[in-house]
Design a protein around this ligand. Structure first.
Ligand SMILES: [Zn+2]
Length: 418
């Protein structure tokens, strides 16, 4: 028995060495890509295996160096526009027999961080290099004066109601993927853009897009963008997925205080929140701790407002297509955690249902959805207009005229009596 076990172990050891020869090159770069967002560039190195690497900055000229152990290069260098914000050039060379050096020449000083991503349904192992502007004292001061100047004049006259529209996922995170390879991130952005157009047609309302292109934004950053835009509402657009391809219909979610309201909501919450891991955002920012404390403070009132708005949206959507759940659902979505901005997540349809996948790709259906969501939002704001807005004045006027009508009626009836 013992000898048998030993032979077996030796056999396994041998198998290990055959499949992982330590003396050979063990990794390969298959591609280098990058995603641009307005203030960040993420360079993605696609690899065969999990990378072992070192990275550091060099100056004169500014560049980021990555030394990847035991790696050969099979990929291609992406085309970089001369007008690119951060990158001047990407090049690579063999370091010694085994290591591969990738050099990113940057325009001026940048801040960078690196992290490895595990394979997902769209990509294999990846190494991400995230570049952001290195803030000099000058640029910080400039930003500050800008933000001080902004709010001053809006106090005086009626302000627009601002709706922040968040297209889910993006960049390295495709979201759910349909049978015909439709990616949730693209459908979400397309509907979000149509929704923006519809909202901007409403008098006294204005929409902003949280994500304007194909790049990833962390969930906390999405809320921050809405806050900086002084949004009165945050609407996140998604497409649902489930293992059973017959499941169909839209659902509308708000944040739940005590966990997901049912099993599938929990499942979904896990999937949507997993975005941040997929997008590769580490939660090491010190600000995140402070943010968390602030976030938990005034949530209850906001959830109540969110639920009222969500049910208006749900009832409008139900006129356009099938509905998965007849009532507003609640789940622990990070993206809905703004303490003071009513926040709603719309799962527009099931991308995992081939029929709905086709519909999600259809321009006219997207427009119908956008119109329905807009009606829902407008109905909510007509009922609960924020102060100093056009809708607040309208409802004030109709309130005044209602008082007049009642007075007139009283007058009439008292006249009739005498
Ligand atoms: Zn999603």
């Amino acid at each position: 028995m013992k000898i048998k076990a030993l032979t077996y172990k030796l056999f396994l050891l041998l198998l290990f060495f055959i499949s992982n020869p330590v003396w050979a090159v063990s990794n390969e770069i298959n591609n280098i890509r990058f995603w641009d967002s307005p203030d960040t560039t993420r360079i993605i190195i696609d690899l065969k295996n999990k990378p072992k690497y070192d990275s550091f900055l060099l100056e004169n000229p500014n560049r980021i160096i990555l030394d990847l152990n035991q790696t050969k290069f099979n990929g291609k260098i992406p085309y970089i526009k001369r007008s690119h914000t951060f990158i001047k050039n990407v090049r690579h060379a063999r370091r010694d027999n085994k290591a591969r050096r990738v050099v990113i020449d940057t325009k001026g000083a940048v801040k960078y961080r690196t992290y490895a991503l595990l394979p997902n349904k769209s990509y294999g192992h990846r190494l991400v290099i995230e570049l952001t502007e290195k803030k000099t004292k000058k640029s910080v001061a400039k930003k500050k004066t800008q933000s001080v100047e902004k709010p001053a004049p809006t106090r005086v006259k009626l302000r627009d109601i601002i709706v922040a529209i968040d297209a889910g996922h993006g960049g390295e995170d495709p979201g759910a993927i349909g049978k015909y390879k439709t990616q949730e991130k693209h459908v979400a952005l397309s509907i979000a853009k149509k929704l923006k157009r519809q909202i901007n047609k409403q008098k006294g309302m204005r929409a902003i897009l949280v994500r304007t292109g194909d790049y990833y934004i962390s969930l906390r950053k999405r809320m921050q963008i809405a806050r900086e835009a002084r949004a009165d509402m945050f609407v996140s657009i998604h497409a649902d997925a489930f293992k059973n391809s017959n499941v169909k219909g839209a659902s509308v979610f708000v944040l739940s205080e005590k966990g997901a309201s049912d099993e599938s909501a929990k499942w979904l919450a896990n999937r949507e929140n997993a975005s941040d891991l997929v997008g590769g955002v580490s939660l090491d920012d010190k600000e995140a701790v402070l943010a968390k404390v602030l976030l938990d403070l005034s949530q209850t009132a906001t959830i109540d407002a969110s639920t009222r708005a969500a049910s208006r949206i749900l009832s409008e959507i139900s006129n356009v297509g099938p509905v998965h759940r007849n009532s507003v659902q609640s789940a622990k979505f990070v993206v809905l955690k703004s303490p003071d901005i009513p926040s709603i997540l719309v799962e527009t349809a099931f991308i995992s249902n081939p029929q709905e996948e086709r519909r999600l790709n259809n321009n006219r259906y997207q427009a119908k959805l956008a119109k329905a969501i807009t009606r829902g939002i407008t109905n909510y704001f007509k009922k609960s207009p924020p102060p100093n807005t056009y809708l607040a004045r309208i409802s004030r006027l109709s309130f005044d005229s209602a008082v007049v009508t009642v007075k007139e009626k009283l007058q009439i009836s008292s006249n009739g009596d005498t």
